[in-house]
Design a protein. Structure first.
Length: 94
């Protein structure tokens, strides 16, 4: 097995780590998405080494889309929605 290459970045409050390695002519790509210390999602792909750039780019895009979706649908419990500019009161709860 060749050495593993890894890169990590922060996207919408989630830590995204993408790593890839080769073994016996195949490439393995794995993305882990963490929110704080909690692992919230793992995405993985594998294929022939010749397709490595496409596999890495595709998994990178999938991880970003997943983080975008998770950030959009999650809201901290007990935290009120922020006020829009120009408004001084919050709407009544439903």
């Amino acid at each position: 097995m060749d050495t593993e290459e890894q890169r990590s970045f922060l996207h919408r409050g989630r830590r995204v780590t993408i790593s890839h390695w080769t073994d016996a002519g195949k490439i393995y790509v794995r993305a882990e998405i963490h929110q704080g210390n909690t692992l919230v999602c793992v995405l993985s792909r594998s294929g022939i080494v010749e397709r490595a750039p496409r596999l890495i780019a595709g998994l990178h895009n999938a991880a970003i889309k997943w983080a975008e979706h998770d950030a959009a649908v999650s809201k901290r419990p007990g935290q009120p929605w922020p006020l829009r500019p120009g408004f001084t009161t919050r709407p009544a709860p439903r």
